[in-house]
Design a protein around this ligand. Structure first.
Ligand code: ZN
Length: 497
């Protein structure tokens, strides 16, 4: 068999796995958006059958044969990237014993329910043994895949290929040094944002506005849609993106900014090379890069003066009664409010990073064995005081607030902050190339920025790991300094000492 024939056959296998995955995503989207209340059992069965088919496809022995044939061959750079990713996925599908996979799935479900109960009753003690089992399962999984001794690195690499705990620790330490005093300055400012000014925004108007905004940013509604769900998300593939949002009449900025965030994810997926969906060339580069795209549109773009110069008149026209007594400055301050909170999902873009640093430091100690699960609540309280200057009134406001660990998702939190860092670095590179970028926005023109991201980030697929992608696009090493600079430049003038 020639190398070309083997490569073509491998691509077809990967494409099939990708299509099965996209079917699963569609069923998952439907479950959260449309599913009638009493149809959940059928959906669970459907998803279980599909998971069996997906696993069989991912572990197809033929894929193993093709990889064994291709790996020693002389391949082009693009083919090397495809084969490397295929090996990663194949090993994950084949190296975990079936008993372990079953145990892990059952534990994830058990963990979720134990967490939900513990959170409702503020009872960490009942959740602690489950969390210990989750950690043990994560360690075993890392061992099966050849990461013994580097278990936390394995968890990080799952979400952000190429990143490690040591590298993240260095980046976060530098970020923390700059961020803690900046937050103190902002919260010490006599200027206060008034988010309570925005009340009673009819959902229909909100829906119309966010649809206009996201279409203008470049989201292609012929290859995607937006609906309502309990928690906003973005799923699907570039050929069919499903985004969701949620509406609250008294929090119009929540629906708008969460939609713009998901639009950033959607634009990235829509920009991945269509002919290569299913292989590394048409695949996103990991969670951190994904978040860089959502954050860039949500924060750098949609919280800018230029953006609001264009959209504010339309916003006021849609909601004349609600915005009548609100000045332009008051509106812009509400859009850029910074208020430290104990709850990560309620955090603004400045303090959000501190929530991530807190979780990363705790996860790292858990995996290193220097922090015991039973000591988590105390460690969390100490970290919240140090980083946020706040003391949780209960474990619900502390260690029990996030769902992630209950399902065994360790190493996931850092992606959010890596994404913020990368977004700021991309932003300054874009500004260096096009200094009047905000003048584009003021005209409602986002085509230059999207075109640049398409060429530099989206078209690359998963050829490069995050630090290398950043270096290629910006010419500089991946660093927290651009994020610190951006936060200082945007929030310093708004909240003077
Ligand atoms: Zn996101």
């Amino acid at each position: 068999m020639t190398t070309d024939a083997a490569y073509t056959e491998l691509s077809a296998c990967l494409r099939r796995t990708h299509l099965l995955d996209s079917i699963g995503q569609l069923l998952g989207w439907d479950e959260q958006v449309n599913l009638p209340a009493d149809s959940a059992d059928l959906r669970a069965e459907q998803l279980a059958v599909l998971a069996e088919i997906q696993n069989a496809a991912a572990a197809n022995p033929r894929t193993g044969e093709l990889l064994a044939l291709l790996e020693p061959s002389d391949l082009e750079a693009d083919q090397v990237a495809v084969v490397r990713q295929a090996r990663r996925d194949y090993d994950r599908a084949t190296r975990l014993p079936p008993d372990f996979v079953r145990e892990k799935a059952m534990q994830a479900s058990r963990g979720y329910h134990a967490w939900a109960r513990a959170r409702a009753e503020n009872d960490f003690a009942s959740y602690a043994p489950v969390l210990e089992q989750n950690l043990e399962i994560a360690r075993r999984e890392a061992g099966y895949l050849g990461w013994a001794g580097r278990e936390y690195d394995y968890m990080i690499d799952l979400h952000d290929p190429g990143m490690s705990a040591e590298l993240i620790a260095r980046l976060f330490a530098e970020l923390k040094t700059g961020l803690v005093p900046l937050v103190r300055q902002i919260t010490g400012s006599p200027v206060r944002a008034r988010t309570d000014l925005l009340r009673g925004f009819p959902v229909e108007g909100q829906r119309a506005f966010l649809r206009e905004v996201t279409a203008r940013l470049g989201f292609d509604y012929r290859r995607g849609r937006i609906d309502v769900s309990l928690h906003p998300f973005c799923s699907g593939t570039g050929a069919d993106i499903r985004m969701t949002t949620r509406f609250n009449a008294d929090e119009p900025l929540d629906a708008l900014f969460s939609s713009i965030h998901e639009t950033g994810h959607g634009l990235y997926e829509q920009g991945l090379p269509r002919a290569h969906h299913g292989t590394a060339l048409g695949m996103n580069a990991g969670m951190g890069v994904h978040e860089s795209q959502s954050r860039l549109w949500e924060n750098q773009v949609a919280r800018s003066r230029g953006f609001w110069r264009h959209f504010e008149p339309r916003f006021r026209a849609l909601f004349p009664a609600q915005t009548g007594g609100v000045s332009a400055d008051e509106l812009y301050l509400a859009i850029n409010a910074v208020v430290p909170t104990l709850i990560r999902v309620d955090a603004d873009e400045v303090t959000y990073n501190l929530h991530v640093i807190l979780r990363f430091e705790i996860e790292r100690r858990l995996f290193a064995g220097t922090l015991a699960v039973r000591d988590l609540p105390a460690a969390w309280t100490a970290a919240a005081q140090e980083l946020l200057g706040l003391t949780p009134g209960s474990d619900r406001e502390g260690v029990l607030q996030d769902v992630h660990w209950s399902g065994g998702a360790f190493g996931y939190f850092p992606s959010y902050c890596l994404g913020n860092m990368m977004a700021a670095q991309l932003w300054y590179r874009a500004l260096a190339l096009r200094p009047d970028l905000e003048a584009d926005f003021a005209r409602g023109d986002f085509t230059w920025l999207l075109g640049w991201l398409r060429r530099e980030v989206h078209a690359a697929g998963r050829r490069h790991e995050l630090p290398e992608l950043v270096r290629r696009v910006t010419g500089a090493a991946f660093s927290p300094q651009p994020l610190l600079r951006y936060l200082r430049e945007r929030y310093g003038p708004l909240f003077p000492a």
